[in-house]
Design a protein around this ligand. Structure first.
Ligand code: IPE
Ligand code: IPE
Ligand code: MG
Length: 237
């Protein structure tokens, strides 16, 4: 695939965008696009596992996506539940550790239970860490971390002076995972849409015009090739 296997990003995050437009192009309902997006998720996970990427974070549902019509939101929840049921065993067989990151409290009890079981099943796996961001928002993540630290200060188990960027990071949903090296967004949109605000501080950004259901391993490889040509300076020269 023509990239350097020794210079892989450790953490890749993807904003999987364009399902609705993909469906519209075929004269179908938006949910048809979401259904076809699942195949692209499988191929991205395969690619990441095969090429020794440590962490793959996929944006599946944002904290703002509740603003969509009720029918679309509930279809997405059903799809999420189905995908958990059908995919978790395979993820487990492939030694993948699944984490659902986001505010899970707004999901139905049954979905929350399935999430917990899936995370539990795969928690000891040592291969790829797969974060699925569901009801995730970067503002929420940061505020949630601030609340945790404030509580610890109030309880007298943390000093204000001990709040460093590293300590703050530990309170975010990604905890001790490496920061994002490469952020990919499909569908031609060039914005962050409240994804991992803190974790992308020094990420390389790659925007692909491909709509998410069409995003395949070759497109992923193209993003990796672009990443490998970047000069990452981290403020140095
Ligand atoms: C991304 O595709 C999937 C979710 C946000 C759940 P969209 O549904 O945003 O598709 P477009 O952007 O309208 O084409
Ligand atoms: C971001 O896409 C959220 C996900 C891909 C899950 P949106 O389609 O919701 O973002 P905007 O509204 O175009 O910024
Ligand atoms: Mg969109």
């Amino acid at each position: 695939m023509n990239f350097d296997p020794l210079n892989m990003p450790q953490h890749v995050a993807i904003i999987m965008d364009g399902n609705g437009r993909w469906a519209k192009q075929q004269g179908k309902l938006r949910i048809f696009g979401h259904q076809n997006g699942v195949k692209a998720v499988r191929s991205a996970v395969n690619f990441a596992a095969k090429h020794q990427i440590k962490v793959l974070t996929l944006y599946a549902f944002s904290s703002e996506n509740w603003n969509r019509p009720e029918a679309e939101v509930s279809a997405l929840m059903t799809l999420f539940m189905k995908a958990l049921d059908s995919e978790v065993k395979k993820l487990h067989q492939n030694n993948i550790c699944l984490k659902i990151i986001g505010d899970k409290s707004r999901f139905s009890e049954s979905l929350q239970k399935r999430i917990e079981q899936s995370e539990q099943l795969t928690s000891q796996n040592t291969g790829l860490i797969l974060n699925i961001a569901a009801n995730y928002g970067g503002y929420w993540d940061i505020v949630n971390a601030a609340k945790q630290l404030a509580t610890e200060v109030k309880q007298g188990i943390l000093e204000i002076e001990q709040i460093t960027p590293d300590r703050f990071q530990q309170a975010l949903v990604t905890e001790d995972q490496p920061q994002v090296d490469l952020l990919i967004r499909t569908s031609g949109e060039q914005r962050i849409s409240n994804f991992l605000l803190w974790q992308i501080a020094y990420a390389e950004l790659f925007f692909s015009s491909v709509l998410w259901p069409d995003f395949n391993e070759e497109h992923f490889a193209e993003a990796i090739r672009a990443y490998q040509q970047r000069d990452r300076r981290f403020g140095g020269c």
